[in-house]
Ligand binder design. Structure first.
Ligand code: ADP
Ligand code: MG
Length: 644
């Protein structure tokens, strides 16, 4: 069941510009200390000003306003405290949250999302979020139980790969499918998810996934600029509600590092490379189209189904989630066009409206399953210990860890006594001279069976106890099985930092409101004491409006140019794909007998979820016909080779 209260909020968009690197700094004259470049930022107002290095005389600079901007001197902490921290709090409260980094390759997406793990000052969003989630849980009230799990996936060439799949090295790699349910929205079918009990465990998972990524790639840098990764953390929390019943809230946090936003060049590449470039461009244009359609707000159709990425982000863009977009920029003049494109995307994304809501008591909550299983094991154990009745009287909550251990000790003592008794009886039988040998043997045999039963009983109880403890240790309870090691001083420091971030956010909001009001006052009628004064004021106003007009005109021209460019590119791709299609038709029409062709066609069905053609399973009689098909196709291949 989902909470009924619906509220709407826009996607939060922040922009970050990295410093000029050494090579770029050498190319930008008069910019000592790696500063300079074409991007200027006004951190207080949340504005970015972009300078065109090939600007015509009088061409105005382009200014964009965002929720926050982070310049070259910004620290990882600044971005985290101001922009990410509130989102993590929402996830712990049961909202879906998404942070995605968007920008050209080399502008700092991975630096922002991951950063340098081993240097505390340079750790990025993901490691900080890990710390944050577990420290919040460790400080929570004891009546709350948490279950945290993580998944990690990659989209490469429009295929989804599970980076935590233990069989990930199988050839060819297993690719996953997307599905949709009214309960949890769009999800990846069969995606592994691992329960994590600590920061260390979740970090290890991430490392594992990162290794899988790099093993498959010949050039990791190139691979990461061409693939999207998504790290998903699910936090389930159960708590007794005012109605006295247990309620579960489920928050999901998507941490997304996108492929480089630059368009992949398709000129001069053929075959697989061409298809790969087309697929990468496809997912990026699909993302752009989704953002535009949502930002526009008028077009009813949002093309989520055009790519895997947009489907996966369906909830995050225009759906049930709180979303932060971090657009990353480089300051070098040679990337002016790409930087402008990124800023335009980011500017559009500001208008996307989401409807986040608390996910309450969903049917598929794993925590509920765990609680049920724990209760079942507990009942079994109680039953074995012959204290079932006593336990029930105590109630579920009263049966804590200490109680378990006491109970176990008692049972163990009881068993020991039984064993000793049996051994003594055994001894007595053996020493009893009045018994016949046959009788002795029978009695000893009976005792041996009883000893065996006792051992079996003990082993089963041990196994049950171990299983019960393992399950229970996965549910985190603040102060019980997850401890808060932060000192009071650190906590105060954290609170102060949060207050400062909140303060500067509010200041920026007010400044932005004032700027908007300033613009609006241009429209107001004013009264003037003299004609001269009126002329002056109106000339000033006219100048301002003229500059604005020029900006809008330039913007229209730019958007038109961009439109033409992407249209040309689409046409080019279409032509290339049509050529390939013709080639395949030629083969089919000339080398495959029509009846075989029909057989194949009849076996194909369209999977509407995946938008892909799939083969139906063969019946045994059809399978023999298939051998012929393989022969035909082998023959076709050799014929084609010959004709080439
Ligand atoms: P992307 O993931 O967008 O391709 P990277 O995160 O790999 O880019 O960044 C490229 C290079 O720039 C890396 O060497 C990274 O350390 C550096 N870098 C990126 N952003 C910053 C920043 N804000 N401050 C300092 N160095 C940065
Ligand atoms: Mg990267």
């Amino acid at each position: 069941m989902m909470s009924k209260v619906k509220s709407s909020e826009t996607v939060k968009v922040v922009v970050r510009c990295r410093p000029l690197n050494r090579k770029e700094a050498a190319g930008v004259t008069g910019t000592p200390g790696g500063r300079g470049g074409i991007v200027e930022m006004d951190v207080h107002r949340g504005q970015v000003v972009l300078r065109n290095p090939r600007a015509l005389p009088g061409e105005p600079r382009k200014t964009f306003t965002f929720d926050s901007v982070y310049d070259a001197s910004s620290r990882q902490r600044d971005l985290y405290d101001e922009t990410v921290r509130p989102l993590i709090h929402s996830v712990l409260d049961g909202f879906n949250g998404t942070i995605f980094a968007y920008g050209q390759t080399g502008t700092g997406k991975t630096y922002t999302m991951q950063g340098a793990w081993l240097e505390p000052e340079r750790r990025g969003v993901i490691p900080n979020a890990f710390e944050h989630v577990f420290s919040q849980i460790s400080r929570s009230a004891v009546d709350r139980q948490y279950l945290v799990r993580a998944s990690y996936l990659e989209i490469y060439r429009e295929e989804i790969r599970d980076l935590l799949d233990p069989n990930v090295h199988t050839q060819p790699p297993h690719t996953l499918e997307l599905r949709e349910s009214p309960e949890s929205g769009v999800y990846v079918r069969d995606l592994s998810s691992c329960v994590c009990k600590s920061v260390k465990e979740i970090e290890e998972l991430m490392n594992l996934g990162n290794q899988v990524r790099s093993v498959g790639a010949t050039d990791m840098n190139e691979h990461s600029s061409r693939s999207h990764t998504l790290f998903l953390i699910t936090v389930e929390c159960s708590q007794t509600g005012p109605d006295g019943r247990q309620h579960i809230r489920v928050g999901r946090l998507n941490l997304v590092d996108l492929a480089g936003s630059e368009r992949q060049a398709k000129t001069g590449v053929h075959g697989e490379r061409l298809k790969e470039a087309a697929k990468i461009n496809l997912s990026l244009s699909a993302l752009g189209n989704v953002i535009s359609a949502l930002a526009d707000g008028r077009s009813g159709h949002v093309p989520y189904r055009d790519s895997k990425l947009t489907r996966l982000l369906q909830d995050s863009l225009g759906g049930n989630a709180k979303t932060v977009m971090v657009a990353t920029l480089g300051p070098a003049p040679q990337h002016y066009e790409e930087t402008l494109t990124t800023l335009r995307y980011a500017n559009r994304a500001k208008n996307i409206k989401n409807q986040p809501r608390v996910n309450e008591d969903p049917k598929d909550a794993l925590l509920r399953e765990f609680q049920k299983e724990i209760a079942r094991l507990r009942a079994q154990l109680s039953h074995r210990e012959g204290r079932g009745k006593h336990r029930e009287e105590e109630g579920e909550e009263g049966w804590d860890g200490e109680g378990d251990e006491e109970g176990e000790e008692e049972v163990e003592k009881e068993r020991k006594l039984q064993k000793e008794r049996l051994e003594e009886e055994n001894k007595a039988i053996r020493e009893d001279g009045s018994l016949l040998a046959v009788e002795k043997q029978r009695l000893l045999g009976e005792k041996e069976i009883m000893m065996g039963d006792l051992r079996k009983e003990r082993d089963t109880t041990k196994q049950l106890t171990a299983k019960y403890k393992a399950m229970e240790s996965k549910l985190l309870v603040g102060g019980r099985n997850i401890m808060d090691h932060t000192s009071e001083q650190q906590k105060t420091l954290e609170t102060r930092r949060q207050e400062i971030s909140e303060q500067s956010r509010r200041e920026r909001e007010i400044l932005q409101q004032v700027m908007v009001q300033d613009e609006e006052t241009l429209e107001l009628r004013e009264t003037f004491s003299s004609l001269q004064q009126e002329v002056e004021a109106k000339t000033k106003k006219l100048k301002k409006l003229y500059a604005k007009l020029q900006c809008v005109k330039a913007e229209i021209q730019d958007v038109n140019d961009e439109h033409v460019r992407s249209r040309q590119e689409l046409e080019q791709t279409q032509n290339q794909l049509t050529r390939e299609l013709k080639f395949k038709y030629l083969i089919i029409e000339n080398f495959i007998p029509p009846e075989e062709k029909n057989k194949i066609m009849n076996r194909l069905t369209l999977d509407p979820e995946e938008e892909q053609w799939k083969f139906q399973l063969l019946t045994p009689s059809e399978r023999s016909g298939c051998v012929y098909l393989y022969r035909v196709s082998a023959c076709v291949c050799s014929c084609v080779c010959l004709s080439v």
